[in-house]
Design a protein around this ligand. Structure first.
Ligand code: KG4
Ligand code: ZN
Length: 355
């Protein structure tokens, strides 16, 4: 099953060709440098950049996969969650291609894409060394953790397509919190990866920061706003910031942000007896958090699954192709594509409904 997929949910213009769960091509044109000076994504700028780049990215994905739209079996696109005016660009391109080439149309939830990115297989077996565990034999039920710039969700996965959100953030997402902390330290956007690099050089115990929701893990909620405020105060008190101080601050913030994740994941694994743990989303490329979650999973006898490459962690269309493949197996095609519309607040555990 060959699928051409598109994702324009935020600030990456992305297209991919997949064959079942194998990634044949995965093209991403990041807009990070455009949004850098705003310290976040500027929606109208994102829309314009998507419009300018979408044809190039789609053609490049087809070329890299040595394929034409005519030879694909379906066209898939992210319909949400994401920025409305950005989603719109990908959806109208997918509709155009599906109509022109008479290809079945599959609408995909971006978060399901991140979750199932752990099931993606590399085209070239030589890259299999990057696979942390065998992705092809995931046992269910599983616990999914999706941590990105907008989401921090723990999802109970009974099987592919059967999801229940068991924890989400009540304020900032984990990636967003890392981005904001990086900004307070005068670093670039997106800040998660920059913070990770600096944190490696710093002592994470140098400063005291409050662990979010301490003792209230049973509520199954993530929260980063209190930590963010405490970090802002600490940073102000430490000014002027030297290179060493920035490293210590980065390490301290990252540590406490991750301790919060560890505590909630442990609680979730105690409560829900699962066999596998799927970790996806931009933050899943963080080596330190991978290490900590691997340790917890080992202790609990749960198999940890990660995307086989960092390119599959941040926004990309390859993961949308993988999610679309499983939807095709369930016959979940859209038959009235004129009704398909952007769903900026779509939830992974809710069916799409069009007006
Ligand atoms: O999934 P993603 O590309 O976009 C959204 O759907 O939001 O995630 C982007 C987020 C950003 O907040 C970025 O700082 C974070 O992922 N991120 C990281 C790392 N690489 C990207 N956070 C921590 N460590 C990293 N290495
Ligand atoms: Zn994302």
């Amino acid at each position: 099953m060959k699928i051409l997929s598109i994702d324009t949910s935020c600030d990456e213009t992305a297209a991919a060709v997949t064959e079942d769960t194998t990634i044949l091509s995965n093209i991403i044109w990041s807009q990070a440098s455009l949004h850098n000076k705003w310290g976040g994504v500027f929606p109208s700028l994102a829309k314009r950049a998507h419009q300018e780049r979408i044809d190039f990215v789609v053609n490049k994905a087809l070329q890299s996969a040595k394929c034409k739209v005519q030879n694909t079996d379906a066209v898939a696109v992210t319909v949400g969650p994401g920025l409305s005016i950005a989603l719109e660009v990908g959806i109208s391109k997918a509709k155009e291609l599906s109509t022109k080439y008479r290809k079945p149309f599959i609408a995909v939830n971006h978060i399901e894409g991140h979750l199932l990115s752990c099931l993606a297989q590399p085209r070239n077996p030589k890259y299999q060394t990057q696979v942390v565990t065998s992705n092809s034999h995931i046992s269910f039920p599983a616990l999914g953790f999706i941590a990105s710039g907008k989401h921090t969700d723990l999802v109970l996965v009974k099987g592919i397509g059967e999801y229940k959100i068991i924890a989400h953030t009540i304020d900032d997402a984990l990636g967003e919190a890392l981005d904001k902390a990086a900004r307070m330290l005068g670093l670039g956007y997106p800040g998660g990866a920059i913070l990770e690099k600096l944190a490696k050089e710093g002592d994470e115990n140098r400063y005291n920061l409050p662990i979010p929701m301490l003792g209230r893990e049973n509520q199954f909620e993530f929260s980063y706003s209190g930590l963010k405020t405490a970090f802002w105060r600490l940073t102000e008190n430490q000014k002027p910031l030297t290179k060493n101080k920035i490293q210590y601050l980065a390490a301290s913030f990252q540590n406490i942000a991750f301790v919060h994740v560890e505590r909630l994941v442990k609680k979730a694994l105690e409560k829900h007896k699962v066999k596998s743990f799927l970790f996806g989303g931009g933050v899943s490329s963080n080596i330190e958090l991978r290490k900590r979650l691997r340790k917890i999973c080992l202790k609990e006898g749960v198999v940890l699954h990660l995307p086989y490459s960092k390119k599959l962690c941040t926004d990309n269309a390859g993961m949308i192709g993988v999610a679309a493949y499983f939807k095709s197996l369930r016959n979940e095609y859209e038959h009235e594509i004129e009704k398909v519309d952007r769903l900026p607040n779509a939830k992974i555990d809710q069916q799409f409904t069009w007006e």
